[in-house]
Write a new protein. Structure first.
Length: 295
């Protein structure tokens, strides 16, 4: 038995349209206005949801890590960088309001338990687990306790680690995402056939979280059985930020969503038939071929 997972007003599963997530992540660079522009682009493209990243900076990083000298967009230390990339409560209130007005779901990848509590204030429809958090049992059990869908990325993880995480979370409210955690990912390391292996072993919906340049792997993932696709988005890949190069600009996002929506239609049901639209062509061409044979 393969489970379907309900996220908000959408269902993720084999018999439903691919659930497409536009990950804004930290590409907003701390700007609420830039975040809103990317929400707009996700809506225009026809995405089902947008996703952010949330960290409690002082919990995720040690004082020593934060004090490292690191000239950046916001200052001269790692602390300046990490704090500069975080949106505050007022920002998320505005994001919540804006997404509701634009009729698109939003949620976040949280990197610590306190961030989960923070995001839960907005009653998000699900939670995403970043690949880096897959082996954090305390964090996974926290999400499990919320009784909401969990979307789990599997980058830089062994099958043993994935099995353990799935055992903790259960499969009845889980979407498992194949992922390679390099930015951008080389085509030789995308390995889309892992999707087929995950589908064989697990009964939950399987997704694909891509960090590659271009569109082809994300589109092909749906043919291989991905029920959900997640891609980073940006307004401009030349913007400052570590994730921009592996992100889709608005035109690329629209093309990807368009093509993903057509995959199941193009694949069809596998039954060979003569379509009504072919009959006039058949009558014309087959008749002419018969006449030529007689002559």
């Amino acid at each position: 038995m393969r489970y379907d997972v309900k996220i908000g007003n959408k269902i993720v599963g084999d018999d439903y349209p691919c659930f497409i997530i536009a990950e804004i992540g930290i590409n907003h660079n701390g700007s609420l206005q830039l975040a809103k522009k990317m929400i707009d682009e996700a809506v225009i493209a026809g995405c089902d949801a947008v996703k952010f990243q949330k960290r409690t900076v002082t919990k995720v990083y040690t004082p020593e890590e934060l004090d490292v000298y690191r000239p950046n967009y916001y200052g001269n230390t790692n602390r300046d960088l990490k704090l500069g990339l975080e949106l505050d409560y007022a920002d998320y209130c505005e994001i919540d309001k804006y997404c509701k007005a634009r009729n698109i779901m939003w949620f976040a990848s949280c990197w610590d338990v306190d961030s989960v509590d923070f995001i839960e204030q907005f009653d998000v429809p699900c939670h995403k687990v970043a690949s880096a958090m897959l082996t954090d049992d305390e964090f996974l059990l926290k999400l499990k306790s919320l009784d909401k869908p969990v979307l789990l990325s599997t980058g830089m993880s062994t099958m043993e680690e994935i099995r353990h995480a799935v055992e903790l979370l259960g499969q009845d409210n889980l979407v498992l995402f194949h992922c390679t955690s390099t930015y951008p990912t080389e085509h030789s390391e995308i390995n889309l056939r892992v999707i087929e292996e995950l589908r064989k072993e697990f009964s939950c919906p399987i997704g694909y979280s891509g960090h590659e340049k271009g569109l082809l792997p994300s589109i092909l993932s749906v043919q291989l059985g991905a029920n959900a696709v997640e891609r980073h988005i940006t307004t401009d890949r030349t913007l400052w930020g570590s994730d921009q190069a592996a992100s889709l600009e608005p035109e690329g996002l629209r093309r990807m969503v368009r093509d993903i929506r057509e995959v199941k239609t193009v694949l069809g049901d596998g039954k060979k038939v003569v379509y009504d639209s072919e009959i006039p062509v058949k009558n014309k061409l087959r008749k002419s071929q018969k006449n030529k044979a007689i002559v």
